[in-house]
Write a protein that binds this ligand. Sequence first.
Ligand code: DHE
Length: 521
Amino acid sequence: MKRLTQLTLLPLLGALALSYSATSLADEETEKLYQQHCAECHGKDRLGLMGPALLPENLKRLRKKAAFEVIKNGRPATQMLAFKDKLNDDQIQALADYAYIPLKEIPKWGMEEIRNSQIVYHKPGELPDKPLYNADIWNLFMVVELGDHHATLLNGDTFEPIHRLPTRFALHGGPKWAEEGRYIYFASRDGWISKFDAFNLKYVAEIRAGINTRNLAVSHDGRYVIVANYLPHTLTVLDARDLTPLKVIEAKGEDGTSSRVSAVYTADPRQTFIAALKDVKEVWEISYEEEPPAGFSGWVHDYNEESGDAHKEEQFAVKRIQTQDYLDDFFLTQSYEQIIGTTRGGLSQVVDLDLKRAVADVELPGMPHLSSGITWKYKDTTVLATPNIKEGEVTIIDTRDWKIIKRIKTNGPGFFMRSHEQSPYAWVDVFFGPNRDQMHVIDKEKLEIVKTLKPAPGKTSAHVEFTKDGQYALVSIWDKEGALVIYDAKTLKEIKRLPMKKPSGKYNVHNKLTRSAGTSH
Ligand code: DHE
């Protein structure tokens, strides 16, 4: 059995012995510049790490001129820095060109490689079914600490840490709880999926489902895990029990165009997963019913070298829904009937999953961060509120007719928004710009900011999550020497502060598993 404490010491992609060969076309100086300025985030082999893979296969939607601009001036809403003060225009151009030079060989990461990467630490049924500690399981939080690649399991009643565990390098997207808080699944940007037993405080299995991964989703019955990848262009379906791979679905449009997968979510009542493709104007619905309903076509493509029985092949069948543009980010309505998606080009559209077509356009400014959108009851309707990663605005949309009913000006672009059914307030951060240490509190009835908190002056405050009963709100201070600041969600007074290493996100069992309208799912 491998020791988990060694996880963070692994030199990641290099240690995984992926076979690639550096290009011979790039000159030595560019290669040196790349290793000096880019490799830490994009991987020494350009396969992606914290940042995306820099390969022509993944840059189809980015023109070379735009790549130059991104390197020079940075990219909003990402960790991509501006290099104009460090590099001259010739150097920037050389790096932009470098990213478009194909690798001699892109590592294959199909069923066989995925299967060979599987590590089972504890077989299903091997560990006791009783937690090792006393706590209300439904009020547990998992806090991801990006600062040193750890996570803390937190008691949501006492706010005492129960256990701190090492994670894979650079987790991204929310880890997903399953089986009433017994297990949680993490995804790292470099493709590792880890299943952790929160009762026994032990990892039970891990597998590398992709080379450059976006996020994962777990089916409502806890049976399947699906992983969305940028590289290769695939979705990987795993058996949730021990992460055995079941199917690799190649992401290809109807016309055969290969695509990265932006993200995948679960749609409980439909017994499906919903995935957005990044380079093809399609949204996919993937059935996990054993007999997929009409409209789902059984076989997209599979790397599975083994023949497999026909019944199995039919599962995870795909329904394609054409969209008017590429969807970069989307929100799934609480009824799971519609999605509202947005593109970097600015068009936002509402797509009905049953009608299989767009049913409305929404004029949203800048770049709404819809995957962080939340809903609540407002008067006789339900509103959707979305932060915006380019504009200082929270936009409130009536979900009956998808008309904007209020634009709330904020002190800068925001990333995450949260509320709770029992709370009168919605919280939104000011993630970008000089006011990044601020956190707005919005009155859900008045649709206006009623308070702006500054939990740690000069340090970014971001990402809120509520306790099970909505009584307390937990705010992250995104700093290596950061903290979790706990507020009384009614009086808005701080009640406790726990030091943490860049706690990026926190995930409450009850709010996630009951699919609270105030949080992401
Ligand atoms: Fe995220 C969630 C996409 C950059 C931190 N991010 C998500 C999800 C998507 C997404 C689709 C929902 C997945 C889920 O939870 O299952 N993120 C993107 C991007 O496209 C973007 C803009 C560019 C990129 O680099 O991929 C991006 N994200 C970032 C960051 O730069 C952040 C701030 C730091 C980091 O970790 O890289 C970041 N993203 C997060 C976090 C979540 C997330 C903490 C989970 C939110 C939650 O509470 O559910």
